[in-house]
Design a protein around this ligand. Structure first.
Ligand SMILES: [Fe+2]
Length: 301
């Protein structure tokens, strides 16, 4: 795996396909200078936001499809500040979408726009329950938003004025998953679509499981694998580790369901997530879905 420096923001069709192929294989595309800079007053506003460390919300989320903001600590933010935050997040989300619609043109017709987030808290030394910790290597899976084989592509901005955002990554999914004996991690191809348990539904504030929470065997596996990696101290200690420090003002993009990642330090980041459908893959054979189906000898979605 590699960090690929991107200097030109306007690739040819062929270069755009190559960028998709690199991402799918587990490389990180890195923009030393972000292609989606914030207006100076928007950046200053975000840097002025303080969020008390709540175990309820890891981040402030913006949901572009319904134009809603969540996770804001209303004890410390005035209604005017919430409104401003909403506007800044909407603008950020739109600017990332506009950029990637060109930059990753092969995906554009086949992605679903997911949440954007603002991460105002210092990552070093955060006190979070183990499965929610950001400083343990993991591949991403969403407990409440099954993807049914679509892949989780995330675009980040380090908007801190001076500090780096310090990541560690490990070998991509295909190599990592094969380090474990099948019985440790086996996908369950035979299981019918499963529902989120009542307890989990209650924990996220829903009275009962709702149809959109139906997971495929693929989603089940990806969620269990996320937890399995975080709960495996031996693997956390012994796995290959590649540290990267993303400078202030930079952006990067990565399939976070494919590349095990952890953030060790840094404060103030923005992020926009896309769910890219399997049919858009330039190299489907390295996707977690295809790798798992090969291991399971069965379809998983
Ligand atoms: Fe993550």
């Amino acid at each position: 795996m590699a960090v690929v420096h991107v200097a030109s923001f306007a690739p040819t069709t062929e270069q755009a396909r190559e960028f998709c192929a690199l991402l799918e294989a587990g490389d990180i595309l890195y923009f030393p200078r972000t292609p989606v800079p914030l207006a100076a007053d928007d950046a200053a506003f975000l840097l002025g936001q303080q969020q008390t460390d709540s175990s309820l919300h890891k981040n402030i989320a913006y949901k572009p499809k319904v134009d809603k903001l969540s996770g804001v600590d209303t004890k410390t933010a005035s209604p005017a500040a919430v409104e401003r935050l909403h506007t800044v997040m909407r603008r950020y989300s739109q600017s990332v979408v506009a950029f990637l619609a060109e930059f990753l043109a092969p995906y554009q017709a086949n992605w679903q726009l997911d949440y954007a987030s603002f991460r105002p808290q210092e990552e070093q030394g955060r006190d979070l329950p183990l499965r929610r910790r950001n400083d343990l290597l993991h591949t991403d899976a969403f407990p409440t938003r099954p993807t049914h084989g679509a892949r989780i592509l995330r675009f980040f901005n380090n908007i801190h004025p001076s500090r780096t955002r310090d990541w560690v990554v490990s070998d991509p999914f295909a190599a990592t998953v094969r380090q474990f004996a099948p019985q440790q991690i086996a996908p369950h191809p035979g299981s019918a679509l499963s529902r989120l348990g009542k307890g989990a539904a209650r924990a996220i504030g829903l009275g009962a499981a709702i149809p959109s929470l139906r997971r495929s065997p693929y989603d089940d596996f990806m969620m269990r694998f996320h937890n399995f990696l975080k709960e495996n101290p031996q693997w956390q200690t012994e796995c290959a580790k590649y540290p990267f420090q993303f400078p202030a003002g930079s952006s990067w993009m990565v399939y976070t369901d494919t590349v095990p990642h952890a953030v060790l330090a840094g404060q103030y980041a923005l992020e926009q997530t896309f769910l890219v459908r399997p049919e858009a893959m330039v190299r489907p054979e390295v996707s977690p879905l295809k790798v798992l189906e090969e291991i399971a000898h069965a379809p998983l979605v």
